[in-house]
Design a protein around this ligand. Sequence first.
Ligand code: IMP
Length: 409
Amino acid sequence: MNVVIIGAQWGDEGKGKIVDYLAQDAGIVVRFSGGANAGHTIVLSDTTYALHLVPSGILYADKTVLLGSGMVIEPSALFAELEDLKSKGIQWEGRVLISDRAHLVLPRYRQVDRELESKRKKPIGTTGRGIGVAYAFKASRDGIRLADIGDEDCLQNLEKEDKAYLAEWRPRLEPMAVDLVSYLHQHQNSWTLFEGAQGALLDIDTGTYPFVSSGMSCAAGAAAQGGIGPRKIDRILGVFKAYTTRVGNGPFPTEFKDDSPGSLSSYIRTTGHEYGTTTGRPRRCGYLDLVALRYACIVNSIDRLVLTHLDVYDELPEFEACVGYRIGDKVVQDFPASVKDLEQAVPVLKKFEGWKQPIDSCQSWEDLPLKAREYVEFIEDYTQTPISIISVGSERKKTIIKESPWIRS
Ligand code: IMP
């Protein structure tokens, strides 16, 4: 069975925790896109693991994790992360495999990334990891895939230092290389989790272009880049937070205008630990944008939503969520493509009463306070998508499962 998990907002929705939770029942975890721009935080016992390239299933000793064909991988960053995991007691050797169709990021791409960014009149706010550069080379057919690392013909356009860099890492990379398509075909009876990076609104095609990342963060990416055909996907889960955040630049209709100390924005940032895992940048915060979430559900065929960070609202007497955009003299519920429209959109807000009590010990749907359940049900109604998992704290056990994605309906 193949379950896909993607972010349904602008990334940082808590996918790492959910993948980690659901990986308990999976045999294989495949990360299908992105690179070291991503950051997944998992808290286990007293240890916090910050993953950038390695799929979240790595923390279970019996899981095989694969870096998929849509990923762009900087070898030095990958091995630094693996060494860090080892120092925290995670034995990864033999369990981390890399699609031989994945592209490699060369160290100089970071510099090119920063130069491109500095020339933009409206910078994107990239993570500076050379990700866009790697995808640009891939699209212009000048990239280097793991399969080609030892093929002189494929390396002929590279600089001397690039070749030296690849030659240095080749002995460690090649034993981890695998033909992802045939590997997954051979393991088609396993339960496999396909983990997306970033979020649907940062996807190169479905996101708020040009303020997006360069990979496929949409569910379709799991098929194109995860090594399986589209018909093999059994279930698609979209993860979203009770509110919205965004790192970097670009339109964000529900962003709080007031970010001063003591504001709701700064309260949410502090309570929700809304600082980038990769860059440490404070995340921009705003109310839940249901227009954007509904769009993410439609464009990704999301079967079930996963709500995270609901506990961040525990102390609020009331809060709001966006149910439409006022653009000029029209109110729309369809998410516009135009950056200008998104920048001009004034959110139409609906008020909700808070539950004013801690929910982190709730173990079931029935345990949740009525007001919290009403919020969840409103989101389900608006998006026409059931919410099957609710996360009420960062630890693995603080997760309410209404319906397991591993059960075929
Ligand atoms: P890049 O992926 O480094 O090129 O950055 C492009 C945009 O995507 C920037 O706004 C980044 O802040 C954003 N971005 C990239 N990766 C992530 C992520 O994992 N979470 C949230 N935002 C991200």
